[in-house]
Design a protein around this ligand. Structure first.
Ligand code: IYR
Length: 229
C-alpha cells in the first residue's frame, strides 16, 4: 500500500545566502583530510551518537537502510582488529598489490603497519546488509553498496563538521571483521573508519586534489572536439 503523502518544502534561501553557505561548506570540506595519526583522546558519546545518527539519516534503496555501524572502543578488540588487519595488509603489500597500485600509493606513504587501529579511540565498522528480516520475512535489500556508500559519506561529513578526524580504511580482504565482530554472513564489511582527534604532531601528505573541472561535465560531451579525460 502506498504510504500517505505529506507536504515537503525547504526553507527559502536567497541566492547570495546560498552562495555564502556553499562557499563555507566547500572550504570546510576541502579541509577534510584522511588522518593516520590520532591522539587517544576519547570522543564524547553524545557527539559520536550524533555523527552516527547523521550517517543513518542517509537515503537508501527502498528506504531499507541496508547498513550497520559497529562502534569498537574496547582496547582489546581494537588490538585484535589491528593484528588481523596487519596480517592481511602485510600480505597485500608484499604479494597481492600490483606494482602500479604500490606506485599510486607511494605519495601517501602508507604501508602494512596500522598503529592507528589501536590508538584511535574508536573504530566504526560499516557493514552493508544484503538480506534482512523485513515484515517477518527474509528479504533482499536494494542497492546496498550505493546506500552504504552514501551513509558513509554522510557520516564522514558529520564527523568533520563536529571536528572529528576520520580515515576511510579498507584492509583487504575485510571478512575478518565479520568474524571478530560477530556479524552474520549476509552482512559484508564495507568500510573501517577509525575516528578521533589528530595527534598533536599529526601530518598529512601535501598532495593536491583533482580539480572539479576534470570530474564533471555539462550535458552531452561533444566527442569530436572535447578532449577525453
Ligand atoms: N588498504 C591499504 C592500501 C591502500 C589502498 C588505497 I586505494 C588507499 O587510498 C590507501 C591505502 C592500506 O590501507 O594501507
Amino acid at each position: 500500500m502506498p504510504a500517505r503523502m505529506i507536504p515537503y518544502s525547504l526553507p527559502a534561501q536567497e541566492i547570495e545566502g546560498q552562495v555564502q553557505r556553499g562557499k563555507q561548506l566547500l572550504d570546510a570540506m576541502n579541509g577534510r583530510r584522511s588522518c593516520r595519526f590520532f591522539s587517544d583522546r576519547p570522543i564524547d558519546r553524545r557527539v559520536l551518537e550524533l555523527a552516527l545518527a547523521i550517517g543513518h539519516s542517509a537515503p537508501s534503496g527502498a528506504n531499507r537502510k541496508p547498513w550497520r555501524f559497529v562502534v569498537v572502543d574496547d582496547p582489546a578488540l581494537k588490538c585484535e582488529i589491528r593484528e588481523a588487519a596487519e596480517k592481511e595488509e602485510r600480505e597485500s603489500y608484499d604479494h597481492r598489490m600490483p606494482q602500479a597500485w604500490l606506485d599510486a600509493l607511494e605519495p601517501l606513504g602508507t604501508n602494512w603497519e596500522k598503529p592507528f587501529l589501536e590508538i584511535a579511540p574508536c573504530l566504526v565498522v560499516l557493514f552493508r546488509i544484503d538480506f534482512e528480516e523485513f515484515d517477518g520475512r527474509k528479504e533482499r535489500t536494494y542497492y546496498p553498496a550505493e546506500s552504504a556508500g552514501i551513509a558513509a559519506g554522510f557520516f564522514l561529513m558529520a564527523c568533520h563538521h563536529l571536528g572529528i578526524a576520520t580515515l576511510t580504511h579498507t584492509p583487504s580482504p575485510m571478512t575478518f571483521l565479520r568474524d571478530l565482530l560477530g556479524r552474520p554472513s549476509h552482512e559484508k564489511p564495507f568500510l573501517l573508519i577509525p575516528i578521533g582527534y589528530p595527534a598533536v604532531d599529526c601530518v598529512v601528505p601535501d598532495v593536491s586534489k583533482k580539480p572539479l573541472s576534470r570530474a564533471m561535465q555539462w550535458n552531452r560531451r561533444d566527442a569530436s572536439t572535447a578532449p577525453v579525460d
